[in-house]
Write a new protein. Structure first.
Length: 280
């Protein structure tokens, strides 16, 4: 049964949550820094406590130190669960629209031949990658293109693969794209929409750490690395950008958030317009 149509415009034992001590917070802070390069400030202690509290309760533990031991031993793949909880995954469709205007007006007119590849390097739940697919489907002069989306959180990668979102997430999608490339859920899927199969087939979502070996991904003509560097210290920024530039073709574009800059991070790219760089 097709649930999508064309879219126009028991008793539980109560366990008190323990307090996250400073030493316990330092353990989790070091873990996520070593794993993903994310530098958590002291102000994040309350946030981290609330995010991990359900897992502490789930295992019936009496302290965050006990949970940390469980995570380090990777009981029931809990290490990845903790990483998922400690990373931020905020995104939405057509975020920072000037980047997509630049893609349409400056980058795509250069794509006259050869297969082209785009990398959404911190794809979260997929909105950025699907936005890219709509713009490419509409304006790319070559039809031979594909998009790869990666994220350190397996949970959001799995969600991105579905291409299905609550209807409230459609607010940022221009009506033309919405009607052409999305379907509205009906019946049991009411209140949601899904990106059309044609675009979903062009995108591959993978679990990947930007600090690790990414050779399996191949090379790209365009990389989006937006709202990621703000979580890194300078050393990690340099490591991640160097890692990504190994996969950016000569003349390819690297786009970061408007609140980010590569000043002091690398000398291997030239600034084209604010937040947009091109490899020598």
């Amino acid at each position: 049964m097709n649930f999508f149509s064309t879219l126009s415009t028991g008793v539980n034992t109560i366990i008190d949550t323990p307090t996250l001590t400073n030493s316990e917070f330092e353990q989790f802070r070091k873990m996520i820094y070593d794993t993903a390069g994310i530098n958590l400030s002291d102000a994040k202690k309350t946030l981290i406590s609330s995010r991990l509290a359900k897992r502490v309760k789930h295992f019936g533990l009496t302290s965050y130190a006990e949970y940390f031991k469980l995570v380090k031993n990777n009981v029931q793949d809990e290490y990845q669960t903790a990483v998922d909880l400690l990373t931020t995954n905020e995104t939405f469709f057509f975020r920072e629209p000037k980047h997509f205007d630049f893609l349409r007006d400056r980058v795509l007119p250069e794509w006259c031949s050869n297969p082209k590849r785009v990398w959404s390097a911190a794809s979260s739940t997929g909105e950025e990658a699907y936005t890219l697919s709509m713009v490419l489907a509409e304006y790319s002069p070559t039809k031979a293109w594909e998009i790869v989306g990666t994220d350190i959180s397996r949970r959001v990668v799995e969600q991105a693969c579905t291409g299905q979102y609550p209807m409230t997430r459609a607010e940022g999608i221009p009506p033309h794209y919405l009607s052409k490339y999305c379907l509205k859920g009906i019946g049991s899927q009411a209140g949601t929409f899904i990106v059309c199969e044609e675009l979903r087939a062009r995108i591959k979502f993978l679990h990947a750490n930007l600090k690790s070996d990414l050779s399996k991904l191949g090379n790209f003509d365009l990389i989006f690395l937006r709202n990621v560097l703000i979580y890194f210290d300078m050393e990690t920024k340099q490591q991640v950008v160097t890692n990504l530039l190994r996969h950016l073709k000569r003349g390819g574009y690297l786009i970061v958030s408007h609140s980010e800059s590569l000043n002091g991070v690398t000398q291997d790219v030239n600034l084209v317009v604010p937040s947009t760089y091109r490899r020598h």
